[in-house]
Design a protein around this ligand. Structure first.
Ligand SMILES: Cc1ncc(COP(=O)(O)O)c(C=O)c1O
Length: 397
């Protein structure tokens, strides 16, 4: 690939020092429980391998990903830390996963049989975490499947090739600290633990907590916590506390170079359908990012309902809003009649409020979604640029 193939007029700048700080904050909150950094979905859009290295350097001792392909990529990149993966069907490369020493969640008789077969075929021991549904109503063994599963598990362990490393579940109200259902789920997990003990199996690791419970629900920390969104400096519970209030710093800034700056007269319709019409002579700036880059079309603006906030980071820093419809590759911002911006000046779409940027949370609220969706949906074609390296003398952002 030629250098010119890499050019893009926008970038997601990921500050690795923020990732490390957030991991340390989470480890402190975990208060002795091990930390599994959840880096699925390309580390929530931040980049799988770079985030994995920072998380491990800052004190996480486990990595967790939903997809087995991500687990294998981590191993192939040379990472030796334990990795848990949990979402797969009958076609998964079980032999390869067992050979790579990946911990596999097992949530059905079918999965147990396939993993066991792979262990016997490769002459290795498969490390499994039994997943029980304690009330979320999503993945995990249902109560009605439990007795048959336990019998099969005991049989598989006796036959050799299965190490029951963990017993785990996922909370339904992790973003609502103090919710009584969380304690109900803990009770269910405790009951499943006793059921395994009755058949002579004692998993070393029991885990239940994601970011919200890591930060605000110590009663469910157990042996290991699994924070995801908080690693990236975003709040898991916006109704309860902002990222800053939780001691978290956003790691990603989405930055674009203005592609066009031009004067227009009052009454100019802007973008498809003219949903926004200039009410005075003004200056428009064209940002080279659109819905193909993951900018939600719900962030389009009209005269009555301004679009997503942005930070105009040129000579006269100020806030602005997306004006008119979000297109596939671009959006427009009405920069105002006094705008002094030039082509190439920077616009920060979202990032760190401490730097004057709107947050991913602000974008989520404006789009009627959650901050998770804002960063995970960021398009693959937007380059990720890393700053705040461990050996960096000065930040290059
Ligand atoms: C099983 C599991 N554990 C942990 C997490 C991390 O959750 P959060 O990003 O809210 O910390 C997720 C994410 O959805 C998950 O599916």
């Amino acid at each position: 690939m030629r250098v010119s193939d890499h050019y893009y007029p926008a970038r997601a700048v990921v500050d690795l020092s923020a990732i490390r700080e957030n991991i340390r904050t989470l480890a402190q909150a975990a208060d002795g429980s091990a930390v599994m950094a959840i880096i699925k979905a390309d580390a929530y859009g931040h980049g799988l391998i770079p985030v994995a290295h920072e998380a491990l350097a800052a004190g996480a001792t486990w990595l967790g990903v939903a997809q087995v392909s991500e687990a294998l990529s981590l191993r192939r990149s040379g990472i030796t830390a334990p990795i848990l993966t949990w979402l797969y069907g009958p076609g998964a490369p079980f032999d390869e996963l067992v050979l790579a020493g990946i911990d596999l969640s097992v949530a059905s008789l079918d999965a147990l049989a396939r993993v066991h077969r792979a262990a016997l075929a490769t002459d290795r021991t498969a490390r499994i975490h039994v997943k029980v549904d304690t009330g979320l109503g999503r993945g995990g063994l249902a109560r009605g499947q439990w007795d048959e599963f336990r019998a099969a598990l005991r049989y598989a362990v006796d036959a050799g090739g299965i190490d029951v490393v963990g017993l785990w579940s996922h909370l339904a109200f992790g973003d609502e600290p103090g919710h009584p259902f969380t304690q109900q789920q803990l009770t269910e997990l405790n009951s499943a633990t006793r059921d395994l003990e009755k058949i002579g199996l004692t998993p070393q690791l029991r885990h239940l907590a994601a970011s919200g419970a890591t930060l605000r629900e110590p009663s469910v920390h157990l042996d290991l916590v699994r924070p995801g969104v908080a690693i990236y400096g975003l709040t898991p519970m916006p109704e309860v506390a902002s990222a800053a209030q939780l001691g978290l710093r956003p790691a990603m800034r989405l930055v674009a170079d203005l592609a066009t700056v031009k004067p227009v007269t009052a009454g100019q319709g802007v973008s498809y359908g003219h949903q926004y019409v200039t009410d005075r002579d003004t200056v428009l700036g064209i940002i080279p990012l659109g819905y193909a880059d993951g900018i939600p079309r719900h962030l389009s603006g009209t005269n009555e309902h301004p679009g997503a906030p942005v930070h105009v980071a040129g000579p006269n820093p100020r806030s602005g809003n997306i004006s008119g419809r979000v297109c596939m590759d671009q959006v427009v911002v009405d920069l105002g009649p006094e705008a002094a911006e030039q082509i190439g000046d920077r616009i920060v779409l979202f990032g760190d409020p401490a730097l004057g940027d709107p947050s991913a949370q602000d974008w989520a609220e404006r789009a009627g979604t959650i901050n998770y969706e804002i960063t995970t949906r960021l398009g693959a074609r937007v380059p990720r640029i890393y700053t705040g390296h461990r050996d960096a003398v000065a930040d290059q952002s």
